[in-house]
Design a protein around this ligand. Structure first.
Ligand code: ADP
Ligand code: ZN
Length: 519
């Protein structure tokens, strides 16, 4: 029997296992069930691909991503491993020829979409074949709390019932305690050996800036820090993806859009160019990236706030897989918070689900507003409490300044109160600054005692104050209405002067500095 290490070297061309790969692979080869939590880029695929080749029979890999299956099968083919996939993209002729190959024992690894696997026809085919193992990739899709929930994954517990003797390995990069428990329960992995790898990505520097002029900030970041580098720019909406990509192109950058609304050939082409050419910037919605294996992504930039720390971690984790320095850069502003909170409230799902989602978003906001090490917050979110300050994030490298913000916070809260708790940030700031656009006049807000009392700060500084008040739960977004700001119970002591507050002083972004462009 060929050993795991020999297979790693001869088939895959790598000299050594990484991290816990060797232990995971040994356990699976020995016939144990295994649960693997490993960050993106950690090398999960080999954990089942090598046992698939060492054990006798056919290995089944359950994966939710059709595009990814295709890539993996192709990559394995190039290494001389005979692999195939079954999913809805195949013609019936293709399916028949694969089924023939399976019966003849010509295929070692079969990728299957979950909805396909649980079809009676597929199951009875598999019952007739010698199965070496089941690998369940992206296992967090089984979790209803997760952002990638797929109902077909719930049925995968039938593997345990129908194939009790076949070892199973479940893999995911997303795993807070709750998701992990859910994976174990729903996939019946109570007896599985668990392997939890460190989540730290020391070569990634984390930076989060206040959003002022996002495009210019992005451009400056690209020019100053990543000229000619490959990277990903994430935006929330398809429209913004397209607008940003074409704007970057007019600025002389090699930028391509990617989102689920583009025609499949365009998407494929842009993805291929990103993978094969040097220095391509892909501007994308979160539809892009799952399963993208490009080691030299030098930066991941977020123009919109991710909806959870898990998402942030997963998306930024696509940078620097080769271990070389990489940047996770983000701009965020108060409007992002409002937009996301509104989207959440309008989303499907029961109340409990939405409550959890709001909670996750609040944790993300906490990461944005933190004045101590960002990496510490990130890692402790994933259960790693024992890290010191990293010295490789913005808050470590340039500790943020704070200021005594009680008075300005009181002004912000009272203008919200006086205007009836239904107006958005822009309007509130207009009133604070004593501006008189139509809307201020129309509502008579120029007559209020709070009109014009905020001259000590400029628009951006006020935005920062409101953002921090929302992030700290002193104000909330009226998600049932039009996204106006409201006071919360928590702000009372501050309003009454029984409590003071330290606010973060956001560094003013100087639009001329070091920038090669004029504006
Ligand atoms: P994940 O699925 O955990 O995100 P992958 O399985 O795609 O990670 O692996 C990420 C990259 O690391 C791939 O390019 C893979 O070939 C490489 N890799 C994995 N294991 C090893 C190893 N032992 N030695 C060298 N490179 C490895
Ligand atoms: Zn740090």
């Amino acid at each position: 029997m060929t050993t795991a290490l020999a297979t790693l070297q001869t088939t895959f061309g790598y000299s050594d296992f990484r991290g816990q790969q060797a232990d995971i692979i040994d356990a699976l080869i020995a016939g144990d069930d295994v649960l693997v939590l490993m960050p993106t880029g950690g090398g999960k695929s080999l954990c089942y691909q090598i046992p698939a080749l060492v054990r006798e029979g056919l290995a089944i890999v359950v994966s939710p991503l059709i595009a990814l299956m295709h890539d993996q099968v192709e990559a394995l083919g190039q290494l001389g491993v005979s692999a195939a996939y079954l999913n809805s993209s195949l013609t019936s002729d293709q399916v028949q020829s694969i089924e023939q190959g399976l019966r003849n024992g010509e295929i070692r690894i079969l990728y299957v979409a979950p909805e396909r696997l649980v079809q009676p026809r597929t199951l009875s085919l598999l019952q007739s074949l010698p199965i070496s193992l089941f690998a369940i990739d992206e296992a967090h899709c089984v979790s209803q709390w997760g952002h990638d929930f797929r109902s077909d994954y719930l049925q995968l517990s039938l593997l345990q019932q129908q194939f009790p003797a076949v070892p199973r390995i479940a893999l995911t990069a997303t795993a807070d305690e709750r998701t992990r428990a859910e994976i174990i329960e729903r996939l019946q992995l109570q007896a599985a050996k668990q392997f939890v790898s460190g989540f730290d990505r020391p070569n990634i520097v984390y930076r989060i800036e206040q959003k002022q002029n996002a495009r210019q900030q992005l451009l400056r970041f690209l020019h100053n820090e990543h000229p000619k580098d490959a990277g990903i720019v994430y935006c929330l909406s398809r429209r913004k993806v397209e607008e940003t990509a074409s704007w970057l192109t007019t600025q002389g950058l090699n930028a391509l859009p990617y989102h689920a609304g583009l025609p499949a050939p365009t998407r494929q082409q842009n993805q291929d160019r990103f993978l094969r050419e040097d220095g391509v910037i892909i501007v994308a919605t979160i539809a892009f990236g799952m399963g993208i294996d490009k080691p030299d992504v030098r930066f991941v930039a977020h123009l919109d706030l991710p909806k959870s720390i898990e998402s942030y971690y997963q998306e930024t984790g696509r940078a620097g897989r080769d271990g070389e320095p990489a940047t996770a850069w983000m701009v965020y502003g108060v409007q992002d918070v409002i937009k996301l909170k509104q989207m959440l409230s309008q989303s499907q799902g029961n109340e409990e689900f939405r409550r959890v989602e709001h909670h996750k978003l609040d944790a993300m906001l906490g990461l944005c507003e933190i004045t101590s090490c960002r990496r510490q917050v990130l890692l402790s979110y994933f259960g790693e409490q024992d890290h010191g300050p990293c010295n490789n994030c913005d808050t470590c490298l340039t500790p943020p300044q704070t200021f005594e913000g009680t008075v300005v916070a009181q002004k912000a809260l009272s203008v919200c109160h006086r205007t009836g708790q239904r107006f958005g940030v822009n309007h509130l700031i207009d009133v604070l600054l004593g501006k008189t656009p139509d809307k201020v006049i129309q509502f008579g807000h120029d007559k209020l005692s709070t009109f014009g009392i905020g001259g000590e700060l400029d628009v951006n500084q006020w935005r920062s104050v409101f953002r921090q008040l929302v992030a700290r739960g002193l104000m909330q977004v009226d998600v049932a209405g039009f996204g106006g700001l409201q006071l919360t119970e928590k702000c009372r002591p501050l309003l009454k002067g029984e409590q003071s507050i330290e606010l973060r002083k956001d560094i003013k972004v100087d639009s001329g500095r070091k920038s090669r462009s004029s504006g």
